[in-house]
Write a protein that binds this ligand. Structure first.
Ligand SMILES: [Zn+2]
Length: 321
C-alpha cells in the first residue's frame, strides 16, 4: 500500500474540498481609530492603509469598507483631554453615536474599553497616591465607560485593561442599566508584549513611566494565561481572546477546551506590521502573507480574528454569507 499525501493535492477543486479551515468575512474584525486630536487623517507607521481618523473621515472609511464586505469593527476612541480620574467621555459618546446613527445595523460595532487613552500617564488603570493600582476606582471607571458606550449605542464591549474583576464589574453594570443583551468580548489572555508599538502610537497610549508588566500577562507563562481566560469566562465574558494572536497559538484550543467559549485571536499591530513591511520590501506578497497568517490562527482554533487587514476580505475572496 502506498501512503501518498500527494493524492489529495491534484488540483484546486480537490484541495478546496479537503481544506479544513475556511471562514467568513464577518469573522474578521477591523480596528478603527478615531481621535479628537486629528483634523486630517494620520497614518500609522507600519500599518499600511490604516489611519487615525476624525469622526467624519471614519464614517467615510467605514462606508468604503462596507463596499468590501467588511462590516464588523472594533473602535478605539482617543479623546484629547487626559485626566487622572473622572474621565470625560463626551468625545467617545459622540463618535459612537455618530457611527451607529449613520450605519445602524449594517455594521456590528465593538468598542475597546480601557483607560490608557484617557489617563495622563497612559496606563490602563487609576493609581492611588503611592502609585499602586487603585483597583476599586479603576473598575468603577471602566464599568462607567462601558455603560456610557452602551448609552451611545455600541453593539459590543471589549475590555482590554487586564484589571482583576473587570469583566464581572462591567457585566453587572451593563445588566443594571438594562443592557443585558450587549455582549462582552474580553481581551482575556493579553500579554505584556513587545508587538504593540504601532498601536500605541495610534492610540496615544504609551505609558509615561514603567511598563504594563504589573497587570498584563508574562509571556513566559502558560498557566497564568489559561487562568486569566478561565476567570473571564466565569465572570460573564461571552467571547474570549488571545493577544498577540500569532504569538499565542498554543493557547487558543486549550482555552476553548477549558471554558467551552469561542476564542478569537488579535493579530496585533507589530505582527501585522511585520508582514506589511516585509511586503513593502518585496520579501513576500501582503495578501498572501495575511491569508496564510489568518488560516494559521483558524487552524489553531480561533473563531474570529481581529486584524488590520479585515477590509481586504473581498479582495481575498471571503464571502459575507
Ligand atoms: Zn489600555
Amino acid at each position: 500500500m502506498s501512503d501518498k499525501l500527494l493524492r489529495l493535492k491534484k488540483n484546486v477543486i480537490l484541495r478546496n474540498m479537503c481544506a479544513e479551515t475556511s471562514f467568513l468575512s464577518d469573522q474578521l474584525i477591523q480596528p478603527i481609530f478615531i481621535s479628537e486630536k486629528v483634523s486630517d487623517k494620520k497614518s500609522i507607521p507600519g500599518l499600511g492603509d490604516n489611519f487615525v481618523f476624525n469622526i467624519q473621515d471614519a464614517l467615510k472609511q467605514i462606508e468604503n469598507d462596507l463596499k468590501n464586505d467588511c462590516r464588523n469593527f472594533l473602535l478605539f476612541l482617543i479623546p484629547s483631554e487626559k485626566k487622572e480620574l473622572d474621565f470625560n467621555l463626551n468625545f467617545q459618546s459622540e463618535a459612537i453615536s455618530q457611527v451607529k446613527n449613520f450605519f445602524k445595523d449594517d455594521i456590528f460595532l465593538w468598542a475597546d474599553v480601557c483607560l490608557c487613552s484617557m489617563t495622563t500617564h497612559g496606563h490602563c488603570c487609576v493609581f492611588d497616591k503611592s502609585q499602586n493600582i487603585d483597583i476599586k476606582k479603576s473598575l468603577s471607571s471602566l464599568s462607567k465607560t462601558a455603560v456610557t458606550y452602551a448609552d451611545a449605542g455600541i453593539d459590543g464591549i471589549a475590555p482590554s485593561d487586564m484589571m482583576d474583576g473587570r469583566t464581572n464589574k462591567i457585566r453587572l453594570a451593563l445588566d443594571e442599566n438594562n443592557y443585558d443583551l450587549i455582549p462582552i468580548m474580553s481581551y482575556s489572555s493579553k500579554f505584556a508584549s513587545n508587538f504593540y508599538g504601532p498601536f500605541r502610537d495610534a492610540a496615544d497610549s504609551t505609558p509615561s513611566f514603567g511598563d504594563r508588566k504589573h497587570y498584563q500577562l508574562d509571556y513566559r507563562n502558560k498557566n497564568d494565561a489559561l487562568r486569566a481566560s478561565t476567570r473571564c469566562a466565569e465572570e460573564g465574558a461571552d467571547l474570549l481572546m488571545v493577544k498577540p494572536g500569532l504569538y499565542s497559538l498554543d493557547l487558543i484550543q486549550p482555552i476553548n477546551n477549558l471554558t467551552g467559549l469561542m476564542v478569537g485571536a488579535y493579530q496585533v499591530s507589530g505582527e501585522y506590521a511585520g508582514i506589511n513591511l516585509a511586503s513593502e520590501n518585496n520579501l513576500l506578497e501582503l495578501n498572501k502573507g495575511l491569508f496564510e497568517s489568518w488560516h494559521v490562527m483558524k487552524r489553531a482554533g480561533a473563531q474570529f480574528i481581529i486584524t488590520y487587514g479585515a477590509r481586504k476580505s473581498k479582495e481575498l475572496g471571503f464571502s459575507v454569507k
